[in-house]
Write a protein of this length. Structure first.
Length: 309
């Protein structure tokens, strides 16, 4: 295997995985968003998706354009761009992606975000017009989705529901899937394995399972919770859990506690209550050490010893 083949097989294979991770992280940010009001949340979503798709574009371009006759220095310089539509046009010269106006509009928004809005707040003039990336996303949604976004905080703001999240996810998914299909065709042509992705990774959710929202993951956690609460079966782990005395959480906040299962920020909100409850425990570190055993694959539970733990 020569240097070029090593580069395309392994380095670009890692890049493909990285691109999938960024796209995954962006969609996860979108999944946790409750509204379209907070500029920092919109920024995090757009940043991750824009980086992920840009890297996916560039991996695909290398496989399409690069060969033994390529001027390496000039070629690498040509990849130094954040213009998603420009990258798309390079791919379209030899491979027609089946994407529509809504996808082109989304890519245009990402390119504008990465080139202009990404560092906009570091300029003094940004104080005259705040959160440009938020307004850009609002405009995209209003033009492509049947909704009028209200942003009069705190009295009148638009909440983002699963239907809208799925719409945005499908737009991102269509672009990702189309690029990955071209990438796979190029790996077949070149007889290399850049497209191979480890099973059960963030990238595999995007490129293999082709899932662009986290509804299934939420359902899984809820089903597991129902199982652990209602199961009459005995097992090493579940018996271990039953022998741990529960903390005295406020049952009136049970809805908020359940939200913790699919929201990192909700966990942070409830953390203060947990810290207060731990202040009433004589040896909190012992309890933490016990809880750390749960989910540790290296631990083998012996049900006969559970009562001693």
């Amino acid at each position: 295997m020569n240097k070029s083949e090593l580069w395309k097989n392994f380095n670009l294979g890692t890049e493909l995985d990285i691109s999938g991770r960024f796209i995954f992280n962006g969609l996860q940010c979108l999944h946790e968003m409750k509204t379209l009001h907070y500029g920092e949340e919109v920024f995090e979503f757009l940043y991750n998706v824009s980086v992920g798709l840009e890297r996916l574009f560039k991996v695909t371009i290398v496989l399409i354009e690069h060969d033994d006759k390529t001027n390496q220095e000039e070629f690498e310089k040509s990849l130094i761009t954040h213009n998603h539509l420009e990258l798309l046009s390079r791919i379209q010269k030899k491979n027609k992606l089946k994407i529509g106006k809504v996808h082109l509009s989304f890519l245009e928004m990402l390119g504008q975000f990465y080139k202009t809005h990404r560092y906009d707040r570091y300029s003094l003039i940004s104080s005259e017009e705040r959160d440009k990336e938020k307004k850009s996303l609002h405009t995209f949604i209003e033009h492509n989705y049947d909704i009028k976004i209200s942003d009069n905080f705190p009295f009148d703001i638009t909440f983002i529901d699963m239907k809208l999240k799925k719409f945005i996810g499908k737009v991102i998914g269509k672009i990702s899937k189309s690029l990955y299909e071209v990438l796979k065709n190029e790996t077949t042509r070149l007889n290399i394995y850049t497209d191979e992705i480890r099973y059960d990774t963030k990238a595999s959710k995007i490129f293999v399972r082709e899932e662009y929202n986290f509804e299934n993951e939420d359902i899984l956690l809820k089903e597991l919770l129902i199982f652990f609460i209602n199961s009459k079966q005995n097992g090493d782990h579940i018996d271990f859990i039953r022998n741990i005395k529960p903390l005295d959480f406020d049952m009136g906040l049970e809805g908020s506690y359940l939200e913790c299962m699919n929201s990192l920020e909700k966990k942070l909100e409830i953390m203060e209550e947990l810290e207060t409850l731990y202040e009433g425990i004589e040896n909190p570190r012992d309890r933490i050490n016990t809880l750390n055993l749960l989910g540790d694959s290296s631990v083998c539970f012996n049900p006969e010893d559970d009562g001693d733990k």
